[in-house]
Design a protein around this ligand. Structure first.
Ligand SMILES: Cc1cc2nc3c(=O)[nH]c(=O)nc-3n(C[C@H](O)[C@H](O)[C@H](O)COP(=O)(O)OP(=O)(O)OC[C@H]3O[C@@H](n4cnc5c(N)ncnc54)[C@H](O)[C@@H]3O)c2cc1C
Ligand code: FES
Length: 287
């Protein structure tokens, strides 16, 4: 059992949980993820390690409530326990001194970008951060990103905060201004990562994306996270989740990401019909 010790609402439908998981925290690195199960009968869902404190044994996850399990997780409160919390999974981000790098986070993607930007800055890189959201209320962790980057630029699609436009508008500006960028990292919704890759391809700027393909076991055995990268089949859980964005078959990924839509719809309907209850872990929050 893994005890929730802190909860914060960061934006509408976006929540943060700090979870006591000393073994996971002891080994966690930027770019990795965990697979959790809220209770015995729950489904397994992957969540990125958005932050970690090795000394306190704490992992921070930030999630968006998009369906049954993330909604259920969002009802849990400090003192509740998560039944399974497996990790760290996936390959850590490749961190070295590249020189000038740009880290782009769109929507919930800001959370996974944050520890990577911090690690890149700690490695001596000049890190320009770009964060974007649909509207002002969905901007979160601006302060954390500012501290993790040498410079931060913020945008909202509707112009309700900071610059009006998309992250790609700011990215083009940064590329044109700075010229000598060695690497771009982009994490966010699939269409955003695809748009970033289309732009950086024009400038021959190497771009890393983190793929949120559907995962079940997270250990390379079930094949559900299969993606095509550079014409080869890769498993995002063990070969990624980060890949060269210019090599990713985004069209195939988009098709595969919706294959369980009917089941997901049924699952949330049943959850709502049953009263959208908070899962009871049975440990009384004492463990
Ligand atoms: C490596 C990785 C890291 C992730 N990190 C985060 C994170 O930090 N924060 C966050 O909010 N989300 C993250 N996700 C996505 C998150 O796992 C899904 O939002 C979650 O599984 C949705 O489950 P649900 O029951 O709430 O919604 P559902 O209604 O079941 O699904 C909604 C959508 O979520 C996606 N999804 C569903 N099940 C899975 C699954 N088992 N694996 C992956 N995607 C799924 C599908 O695109 C689906 O259409 C990550 C995904 C991956 C692969
Ligand atoms: S999640 Fe099963 S192979 Fe990757």
């Amino acid at each position: 059992m893994f005890k929730i010790i802190k909860k914060e609402v960061l934006a509408p439908m976006i929540k943060l949980l700090e979870i006591k998981a000393p073994l996971v925290a002891g080994k966690a690195a930027a770019g990795q993820f965990v697979i959790i199960r809220t209770h015995e009968l729950g489904e397994r869902v992957p969540l990125t390690i958005a932050d970690f404190d090795r000394e306190k044994g704490i992992i921070t996850c930030v999630f968006q409530e998009v369906g049954k399990t993330t909604r259920e997780l969002g009802t849990m409160i400090p003192g509740d326990c998560i039944t399974d919390f497996v990790g760290p999974l996936g390959l850590p981000s490749h961190i070295e001194k590249f020189g000038r790098v740009v880290c782009v986070g769109g929507g919930i993607g800001v959370a996974p970008v944050y520890p990577i930007a911090r690690a890149l800055k700690d490695a001596g890189n000049d890190v320009t951060g770009i964060v974007g959201a649909r509207t002002k209320s969905f901007i979160f962790w601006e302060d954390k990103m500012r501290s993790a980057c040498s410079e931060l630029r913020v945008t909202t699609d509707d112009g309700t905060y900071a610059r009006k436009g998309f992250v790609t508008d700011l990215l083009r500006e940064v590329i044109e201004e700075k010229g000598d960028i060695a690497l771009c990292l982009a994490i966010g919704p699939l269409p955003m990562m695809q748009a970033v890759c289309a732009l950086t391809r024009e400038y021959k700027l190497k771009t890393i994306v983190s793929l949120n393909s559907i995962m079940v076991d997270g250990t390379g055995m079930c094949g559900s996270c299969r993606v095509t990268v550079g014409g080869e089949t890769k498993f995002a859980c063990v070969d990624g989740p980060e890949f060269d964005g210019h090599e990713v078959d985004f069209a195939e990924m988009s098709r595969r990401s919706v294959i369980y839509k009917p089941q997901e719809k049924l699952s949330i309907e049943r959850y709502d019909e049953a009263g959208a209850r908070r899962p009871g872990c049975g440990c009384g929050g004492e463990k």
